[in-house]
Design a protein around this ligand. Structure first.
Ligand SMILES: *Cc1c(COP(=O)(O)O)cnc(C)c1O
Length: 411
């Protein structure tokens, strides 16, 4: 008799977005004339930069010619892409990252989950609360946790609260943890990490032999020159950190799919016999076995991000979303709400007014303004009392949604 991976039964059956969908559908059916504005899901809305499209069209044409046709490429990615990433994303910022330490993939969501393949099952794992749900669920699937309690917290995980009380920074734990997931600029709170804050994490990780998984999916939204874009801007990070990057949020590749992971060559973790093993070798083995590389066409599209036109076009795209975030911040503040994030990030994190629960505020916005956001409690217990509003939308929709909220909350 075939059996299943019972760990899947511990998962909170994809609770958040299906529940949002259920409530939105029920409302839409009862109010067919309501014009709903969705500021909930973390997906981009604006078209692909022209530089990327042009490069991909050219690549498609190359595929149609026997002489320039490409079959399987290197699993890690083509050197022409890896070298541009190394030079422009890292070396230009003073980070010592070599092209051979970069592995392209079809997404950071996949990479942050897949990375667990090369780690043991007895690690103590820390996540922030609230958190990008992928980090938690992939650990549940891998059998690294017990069951969830009523609040949705899994036994065996160490939760590091990020709330207004600690200025949305994950505090260094007093206990020893082995694997730490950090995401800055943060989804869902829009919070950022300073160099000092990341240095404290790097120092902690080096002192305890821990590994930091640094998710920098939103680094392109950093406008403050003092803030680090990469964890490798911190001295010693090569000895304790793996960094995840994606073209999803800087170049609108959510539907095109391309990301990359940096595993420094000197980075090690312990084998069962106590010896130090290079993680680069294991990840290379894992990717070469289970992954066959990003499509040639898409890699050409990603490469175009690093051209002069590409850089100008993604800058424009990011500025557009950041202006949306600024409008959201301004209008919600004027409406008397306490807002966080949204400055170096495309997410605004709102404190619910009058002590409303996240879901009560969700219902209130849905019913009175016909605006859909995301309840903070869906990202973790410490997200209760907060609400995420995404800046990924058209200017028209953002302005209209904010007008409705302002009218409702200031009258
Ligand atoms: C959007 C996002 C990513 C990017 O995921 P892809 O699979 O590359 O599209 C990674 N991490 C976080 C926290 C995100 O919000």
């Amino acid at each position: 008799m075939a059996t299943i991976n019972d760990n899947y039964l511990k998962l909170k059956a994809g609770y958040l977005f299906p529940e949002i969908g259920r409530r939105v559908n029920a409302f839409a059916q009862a109010n067919p004339d309501a014009k709903l504005i969705k500021l909930g899901i973390g997906d981009v809305t604006e078209p692909l930069p022209e530089a990327c499209r042009t490069a991909m069209i050219k690549a498609v044409e190359e595929m149609g010619d026997r002489a320039s046709f490409k079959g399987y490429g290197p699993e890690q990615g083509y050197t022409w892409l890896l070298e541009k990433i190394a030079a422009q994303d890292f070396q230009a910022r003073g980070c010592e990252v070599d092209a051979s330490e970069i592995f392209t993939s079809d997404g950071s969501k996949c990479d942050t989950g897949n990375i667990l393949d090369i780690f043991g099952n007895n690690n103590i794992i820390a996540v922030t609360d609230p958190v990008y749900p992928v980090y938690v669920d992939t650990n549940v699937m891998a059998g690294n946790t017990g069951s969830a309690n009523d609040k949705g917290e899994f036994e065996g995980l160490v939760y590091l609260p990020i709330t207004a009380e600690n200025n949305f920074t994950a505090e260094i734990p007093s206990q020893k943890v082995d694997l730490i997931y950090l995401c800055f600029p943060n989804n869902p709170t829009g919070a950022v990490a300073t160099k000092e804050h990341l240095k404290a994490w790097v120092d902690y990780a080096r002192a305890h032999g821990s590994i930091i998984f640094f998710d920098a999916a939103y680094e392109a939204y950093i406008t403050d020159a003092e803030l680090p874009h990469s964890i490798y801007e911190i001295e010693g990070a090569r000895e304790c950190a793996i960094e995840f990057r994606s073209f999803s949020k800087n170049a609108g590749f959510t539907g095109t799919r391309c990301a990359f992971t940096v595993v420094p060559k000197n980075l090690t973790a312990k084998a069962a016999d106590g010896s130090d093993v290079e993680l680069w070798k294991l990840w290379n083995r894992r990717q070469s076995t289970k992954f066959n590389g990003v499509s040639y066409i898409v890699q050409r599209g990603a490469e175009a991000v690093y051209s002069q036109e590409g850089q100008a076009q993604i800058k424009e795209l990011i500025s557009f979303y950041l202006e949306n975030a600024e409008i959201i911040r301004e209008k919600l503040t004027a409406a008397g709400l306490a807002v966080y994030g949204g400055v170096n990030a495309p997410y605004v994190w709102v404190q619910t007014p009058n002590g409303l629960s996240s879901w009560d505020f969700f219902d209130k916005l849905l019913h009175t303004c016909n605006v859909v956001g995301t309840p903070g409690s869906g990202f973790g217990a410490a997200g209760e009392g907060y609400f995420r509003i995404s800046a990924f939308n058209s200017r028209e929709n953002v302005e209209e949604a904010m007008k409705r909220i302002t009218d409702r909350f200031t009258s």
